[in-house]
Ligand binder design. Structure first.
Ligand SMILES: [Zn+2]
Length: 641
């Protein structure tokens, strides 16, 4: 089954539709930031047998009889765990995942149904959404599974699950968009992705018909969102339903559907949707949504001080990373790799609960629950605020434990990093991320050394088992306005986007890159003419058209980027983000600064000179605010007045 996902095999189905491919045989070792992040996730989440057992039990005992979403936990975490396995390739993780996938199959009832909802309440609320995650979790496990008979068992289980669903959902039955009381059916329609993937595995035509049925419905019962994206008029925040990661998940399913059908309309709709998100709903840290978990014109409203505490959801960050990775595979366009990197090093790493804080909401409101720190936070502040503003998608489970949506999905973020880092193309390879470490691949290995996040200098050594001709594309990030590249000491021509080096590679060929690490100012985008958007009143799906609201204070903020990192102000440096900074700027860049240290773990710390001669310490935004309490404010949008 693994062959289906390996570009080195001739029957790889994506060869016709995609530009880049992740090679599942590659092996990665990271020696810096992302290596630490991987080990954190492995230790604090993925190898915990208690978690896996608990998440399976939600299906065994149908605990979502209160229309909950406990059933999403297993599949979300399984997907991330399988991605991470492709990095670790360690036996313990493999054994844990194999045990839990077998355990999950034992929760099927006599109909073959695996659902966290009892039968008399099925096909409502989050039931299909949760079943989608079970199917996806099993499908991603298949990519790492070494046991052929177990693979057959899993595929048979998935077929029984989907066959049961198709008995009750479809044309002339209960409509997919009516199989949920939320988001006009958007969450249920996202079952498109595993449906198409199961068709790819089995070639069972009824699954393709079911996929077509979902695509023809256009994801909601109020409007066809595929048509809206294809027509390219409205932006996602102006759609009648705006729930960000459910919608993105549907478009990921559409991308799988396009790969099977080759229908150009769908490719255009996917790319237009991705580009509208980047244009109108992508913040400086690489997430969407300033009001709860919705597309809401956040590119423009991100410096508003009126946005509230629940914003920039980690589920949205991770889903966007996965979606941009997929659109990058489809198009090879560097802008999606740039976006992925922004999300990875800023919003995503920021969500890691490295201080193991127990969410204040839990200690205050549910003191009798079993106290356990979740490995990830759910929301990220942009203007002055704190982390730790509630467990997104909080669910209590009968054994007195709790978990949340963001905590479960987040392992997929780090698991995607090696996939995105080094991709196979039709005539060679693409290197997208310059994290230190080694990539073992079919021709030999690539070694990356340097200090990409700190001084922008990176060396890439190509080790080949025997001389081999291929093109190596090196990403030139859009933030680097002046890049230098040398091959074995000789300067090469620089291009925007990708710098392609085509040659017969010899063992030990060395590329040296130097990126532009100028600290650049970003200012809020003026609102200009008021823009109509849809406001969705939480949980009732009641849609009210309103005008986007500008905050008078927004314009007195600025954000600073240095390389891949956004800079943040943490009050542990002695300066509160509630007070104004007064930076010495030259042509919207910071010229007077030096490397320093800060009183908390960080990737980068800088001391900047202010106009009155005083010093201001900033670190990478992802490392700020990690105490999650009111005494530890952070901001990426710095107040200037
Ligand atoms: Zn979430």
């Amino acid at each position: 089954m693994k062959d289906l996902y390996n570009p080195n095999t001739a029957n790889y189905p994506r060869l016709k539709t995609d530009v880049c491919f992740a090679d599942y045989d590659n092996e990665y070792t990271y020696t810096s930031t992302l290596g630490d992040a991987f080990r954190f996730v492995r230790l604090n989440q993925l190898t915990s047998r208690a978690h896996w057992k608990r998440f399976c039990d939600q299906f065994r005992y149908n605990t979502d009889n209160d229309t909950g979403w406990r059933g999403e936990f297993w599949g979300k975490m399984m997907r991330g765990a399988c991605f991470c396995y492709s990095y670790f390739k360690d036996k313990e993780l493999y054994d844990v995942l194999t045990e839990t996938v077998k355990d999950m199959m034992t929760t099927a009832d006599s109909f073959g149904r695996i659902s966290s909802y009892p039968r008399d309440r099925e096909f409502n609320a989050w039931d299909l959404w949760c079943r989608k995650y079970v199917l996806l979790g099993m499908q991603y496990y298949l990519e790492i599974c070494e046991d052929d008979s177990l693979k057959e068992e899993i595929i048979a289980s998935m077929c029984r699950q989907l066959d049961y669903i198709m008995t009750y959902i479809g044309q002339g039955k209960k409509e997919i968009t009516k199989a949920s009381c939320h988001w006009r059916g958007l969450n249920s329609a996202s079952i498109l992705e595993p449906t198409v993937r199961l068709y790819t595995l089995t070639k069972n035509e009824s699954y393709l018909s079911f996929a077509k049925y979902i695509v023809d419905k256009g994801f909601t019962d109020v409007q066809n969102l595929i048509d809206l994206a294809f027509e390219d008029g409205l932006s996602p925040y102006q759609y009648p339903v705006t729930k960000a990661y459910e919608m993105t998940s549907c478009f990921e399913g559409l991308l799988e559907y396009y790969r099977i059908t080759g229908e150009e309309k769908y490719k255009k709709a996917i790319i237009r949707f991705a580009d509208k998100v980047l244009e109108t709903d992508f913040t400086v840290i690489g997430c969407s949504g300033c009001t709860h978990e919705l597309f809401d014109h956040s590119t423009v409203r991100q410096a508003n001080t009126t946005n509230g505490a629940k914003m920039q959801e980690t589920c949205v960050t991770v889903t966007l990373m996965k979606f941009f990775y997929q659109v990058h595979l489809l198009t090879g366009d560097v802008k999606y790799a740039d976006a992925f990197e922004t999300s990875l090093y800023n919003a995503y790493l920021g969500s890691f609960n490295t201080e193991k804080v127990i969410e204040p909401q839990i200690t205050n409101t549910h003191p009798t629950w079993t106290m356990e720190a979740l490995p990830f936070d759910s929301y990220s502040p942009l203007t002055s605020g704190t982390r730790g503003n509630g467990v997104g998608g909080l669910q209590y489970m009968p054994d007195n434990h709790y978990y949340g949506c963001c905590a479960c999905i987040a392992s997929a973020g780090i698991g995607l990093a090696p996939k995105m880092q080094f991709l196979t193309t039709h005539d060679g390879y693409t290197l997208n991320i310059y994290e230190n470490g080694t990539i073992k691949t079919d021709f030999g290995k690539i070694e990356i050394n340097g200090n990409y996040l700190i001084d922008g200098k990176v060396s890439v050594t190509v080790n080949v088992n025997e001389p081999k001709k291929f093109s190596l594309k090196l990403r030139n990030p859009s933030w680097s306005k002046k890049t230098a590249l040398k091959l074995n000491g000789s300067p090469l021509t620089i291009n925007d986007g990708y710098m392609t080096v085509t040659k017969e590679w010899q063992n030990g060929d060395k590329l040296e890159l130097e990126f532009d690490m100028t600290i650049r100012v970003t200012r809020p985008i003026p609102y200009g003419e008021q823009v109509l958007m849809n406001e969705v009143v939480w949980s009732e799906n009641y849609i009210v058209p309103v005008y986007d609201k500008e905050d008078e204070n927004a314009k007195y903020h600025l954000a600073l980027r240095r390389g891949a990192l956004m800079l943040g102000l943490d009050d542990r440096t002695g300066k509160s983000p509630d007070t104004a900074v007064s930076l010495k700027l030259e042509k919207e860049t910071v010229t007077e600064y030096s490397l320093t240290t800060a009183p908390y773990p960080h990737i980068l710390a800088l001391e900047l000179t202010q106009t009155d001669g005083t010093k201001l310490t900033l670190t990478d935004y992802a490392s700020t605010g990690k105490r999650w309490d009111i005494g530890n404010k952070t901001a990426v949008w710095l107040k200037t007045k």
